[in-house]
Design a binder for this molecule. Structure first.
Ligand code: SF4
Ligand code: SF4
Length: 254
């Protein structure tokens, strides 16, 4: 089988074979990739980081992010704001390494791999592919450790990130269809969608004020989870947005 046929020339997805890599404090390049780095942040990254830093999602967004025009013409992308110094360091880089290591963003976990998801439903489901990056400054490729993709996913706890990022990507695909109708980008609907995705604490306040949970058939356990757990609230918010924008979602109105 030619695993290469769906990808641009030169891009070969990894299969079951192993790749050579290790990153640790002993490599000469240690922490060099945490400077001058262009990093997109996704909703789940924000939830993990703001909790780690013990600040609200609104504070996190204000202090640590900037909005840019990404691939989606109808929804802004969120990037990590780097320190305003000569090295343009990641704000979470401490003297001994990453100060938010347990909650580091998806991109930091996935590196040196890159993940692509095929959403053409010809197989009835999505399929993901991993590619090995090779930056000359990264000496981790010369270390004597070998991983399969499966081992890397397990070691980096990527399953949870991928699961929620895939739900987010579905929504981002919907946003790319310009569902804001006549309002255009930056209108009230888009602002609402942005809050649900990137300001989970703000959405919690809105959900309680407007009694949003009461409008749906939810078990006591589901309600309790949504009320107390940021991730459950985020995923509820994704479904709620889908309903709000398309009239379809797994949520059932009372
Ligand atoms: S450049 Fe590569 S080996 Fe060096 S610190 Fe970054 S990921 Fe690790
Ligand atoms: S979050 Fe941590 S691992 Fe990622 S760039 Fe910043 S310091 Fe490096």
């Amino acid at each position: 089988m030619n695993r290469n046929k769906e990808f641009p020339e030169g891009m070969v997805p990894l299969g079951a074979e192993t790749f050579q890599f290790s990153c640790h404090a002993g490599v000469e390049c240690f922490m060099s990739c945490c400077r001058n780095v262009d990093m997109f942040l996704y909703p789940y990254d924000i939830v993990r980081l703001k909790k780690c830093l013990r600040i609200t999602s609104e504070e996190f967004m204000r202090q640590h992010t900037r909005l840019v025009k990404g691939n989606n013409l109808y929804f802004p992308a969120v990037m990590l704001k780097l320190n305003d110094d000569v090295e343009k360091s990641c704000p979470f880089l401490g003297s001994g390494g990453c100060s938010v290591y347990h909650d580091r963003p998806s991109a930091c976990r996935t590196y040196p791999l890159e993940r692509a998801v095929d959403r053409t439903l010809s197989l009835g489901r999505c399929k993901d592919y991993y590619f090995l990056t090779d930056h000359s400054y990264c000496l981790g490729h010369q270390e004597d450790n070998f991983y399969s993709v499966t081992q890397w996913i397990r070691e980096q706890n990527l399953d949870e990130y991928n699961r929620i990022n895939d739900r987010w990507a579905e929504l981002d695909t919907l946003f790319a269809t310009n569902p804001w109708r006549g309002e255009g980008s930056g209108g009230p609907k888009q602002q609402m969608a942005f809050m649900v995705c990137y300001d989970v604490d703000g959405f919690r306040t809105l959900a309680f004020r407007e009694k949003i949970l009461e409008q749906f058939h939810l078990s006591k356990e589901q309600k309790r989870n949504i009320q107390t757990d940021d991730i459950a609230l985020l995923l509820f918010g994704f479904d709620w947005l889908k309903l709000f924008l398309t009239g379809n979602s797994s949520l059932e109105r009372r």
